[in-house]
Design a protein around this ligand. Structure first.
Ligand code: NAP
Length: 283
């Protein structure tokens, strides 16, 4: 069996088109464009690129981008004051503080200062708590993108055995709550999991979010399973995921490539979250 390759670029483009159409409808009712504020600290080139791409995508969707650039030696109080300003700013629907923050700044304190109603990255303890309790709220963008791809892949999530490799706050943990809320039976694996291969082999839905090139071997995949590869690893062969794609695609029913799978979904879901935040604030 050769798996269907899930086209994350096409799914992301669909989400972005839907968001742009809904923004065009919502803006006249709001009397303004929905606004996404980004806060960038320091001069890390990768972070600069991520923020630039997010701002550009936001403008392409017809939303307003508001940006704060802060120096690497900025004091924590100043970052908190910027977040407070953005919390109070009626033109701002979503706030994204690009991580990591410079050494010496308490990242949790800064993230938790974001008003949960504007938490479009879904990383505050308040948003995580709502998600864990199965209550509505803003959800981290990468796991939200994984759920969109799973819906696109076809087989029902309800009743499925889902295995996630990785338990980070950014991906594995929120994804486990999303899958549980969608009525999957969820197992979360990590570096201390005893028999990773056997656990993965049980999965109807297998998600790898580790950061270890081609860790998941073809023999770990249950025939016909849906495999979602969140990993992005730079190697001598170029960008590869956490799944051994060439082998796994011969076993799986559907699989995401790297690049072109989960990656494009993250920004699309950020736009979708900003639209949702603008709608909820207008209601
Ligand atoms: P992370 O915070 O480093 O977490 C990695 C997780 O993998 C940890 O829970 C760790 O276990 C587990 N792990 C490490 N080695 C393992 C092993 N040998 N066997 C089983 N589990 C193992 O990483 P992350 O932020 O979740 O990111 C994971 C990957 O996704 C990275 O490649 C990252 O670049 C990528 N990513 C992509 C996107 C996107 O937009 N596509 C977004 C975010 C992240 P412990 O908890 O026990 O240490």
């Amino acid at each position: 069996m050769t798996a269907r390759v899930i086209d994350g670029k096409a799914v992301a483009a669909g989400v972005r088109e839907r968001v742009a159409a809904e923004v065009a409808e919502l803006a006249p009712r709001l009397g303004r464009e929905p606004g996404l504020a980004t806060v960038l600290t320091g001069d890390d080139p990768a972070s600069q690129v991520y923020v630039r791409n997010k701002r550009q995508a936001c403008e392409e969707a017809g939303m307003r981008s508001i940006h704060h650039d802060l120096p690497a030696d900025v004091a924590e109080e100043r970052v908190l004051a910027v977040v407070d300003e953005l919390n109070a700013d009626q033109r701002v629907d979503g706030i994204l503080v690009q991580l990591p923050l410079p050494d010496g700044i308490d990242q949790d304190a800064v993230v938790d200062r974001i008003d949960a109603a504007k938490d479009v990255d879904g990383l505050t303890a308040a948003s995580a708590g709502r998600l864990a309790q199965g209550r509505p709220g803003l959800v981290p963008c990468t796991p939200a993108g994984v759920m969109e791809l799973l819906r696109e892949a076809g087989p029902p999530i309800e009743g499925a055995e889902a295995v996630i490799v990785g338990r980070s706050i950014l991906v594995g943990r929120p994804l486990s709550a999303l899958l549980l809320n969608a009525n999957a039976s969820v197992t979360v694996c990590h570096s201390r999991t005893r028999d990773l291969a056997a656990t993965c082999r049980r999965a109807d839905v297998l998600v790898a979010a580790v950061g270890s090139p081609r860790l998941v071997e073809g023999g770990w995949v249950k025939p016909g399973a849906t495999v979602i590869d969140v990993g992005i690893n730079r190697t001598d062969d170029g960008l590869v995921g956490d799944v051994d794609f060439d082998v796994a695609r011969e076993v799986a029913g559907a699989i995401t490539p790297v690049p072109g799978g989960v990656g494009p979904m993250t920004i699309a879901m950020l736009l979708s979250n900003t639209l949702a935040a603008a709608r909820a604030r207008a209601a």
